[in-house]
Design a binder for this molecule. Structure first.
Ligand code: SF4
Ligand code: SF4
Length: 258
């Protein structure tokens, strides 16, 4: 097997032009056991991971505060395809180095529609790419949750990442903005079940209600309101934290008597 440094150099060369952030991790036994229990796939020999965070156009996400957007759905598919392609290339690189590799699809559910076959955020957190926020999204310094994640599992020993401290602090913006109250409030704690922080049924039902009037299942308000990374990613910084008043509402307000 090639040395890990050589493989990492090749992986960084693959991802270098894509503005993706890449990290490596050794997964804990509970994380692996959880992954194996999900979709009936035996990941137990693949305890190392390459984690990727691909940037999502920030303004496309920020505008979800104003309502659902087909542009968001369009780019969601494009960024996922970009991640899937990168993960295939990384898998080939790991196999060339004599290892086994299992690229986790960017978005694939198990028979349980609320569960992915492997939670990308687990590997991304272990690799030090970010922390898991109150919203259960991975929060990347400088970008917040305006990213999509990918993971390649491997048996090739890779350096463990440095887990980041939770940076949510006292912020409750995602909990306060979530229309159906799916974000319950507790901060992420390793070992806690996700249900303690997040109600996937409420989130799912809300997206179904959006589909009834918009035609597509989409929300993403918790991504758009997260203050993490927003100042770095917008030109107007703090002035841009609240959505502009739509022109028709502004006209009504202007007509209102004092
Ligand atoms: S996507 Fe919407 S409904 Fe689901 S948790 Fe985020 S804000 Fe709440
Ligand atoms: S909105 Fe606030 S509480 Fe929610 S994930 Fe972002 S920083 Fe954490």
């Amino acid at each position: 097997m090639k040395m890990a440094e050589g493989v990492l150099r090749e992986i960084r060369a693959l991802t270098g032009n894509s503005f993706c952030q890449v990290g490596t991790a050794e997964l804990s036994s509970p994380a692996l056991a959880d992954a194996c229990s999900r979709g009936g796939i035996d990941f137990s020999s693949l305890r190392f991971a390459v984690a990727i965070a691909a940037p999502f156009p920030a303004e496309v996400i920020n505008q979800l505060r104003q309502g659902p957007s087909r542009t968001y759905l369009y780019h969601y598919r494009v960024v996922n395809a970009q991640l899937d392609r990168l993960m295939l290339e990384i898998s080939s690189c790991l196999e060339e180095a004599g290892g086994q590799a299992f690229p986790i699809p960017s978005s694939q559910r198990t028979g349980n529609r609320f569960q992915s076959i492997f939670p990308h955020r687990t590997a991304a957190r272990a690799a030090g790419l970010g922390w898991i926020g109150r919203s259960s999204n991975l929060i990347v310094p400088g970008r917040g949750p305006r990213i999509r994640l990918g993971t390649v599992l491997t048996n090739l020993p890779l350096p463990p990442g440095q887990v980041r401290e939770n940076g949510c602090g006292d912020c409750q913006a995602c909990r306060e903005a979530c229309p159906p109250g799916a974000i319950k409030g507790p901060a992420f704690e390793p070992g806690d079940p996700q249900e303690k922080r997040f109600d996937p049924q409420a989130c799912n039902d809300y997206k179904n209600r959006v589909r009834d009037h918009f035609g597509k299942r989409v929300c993403g308000i918790c991504l758009a309101v997260c203050p993490q990374g927003r100042e770095e990613l917008t030109i107007t910084g703090r002035d841009n934290q609240h959505p502009p008043v739509p022109p028709e509402q502004k006209a009504q307000e202007d007509r209102r008597p004092d």
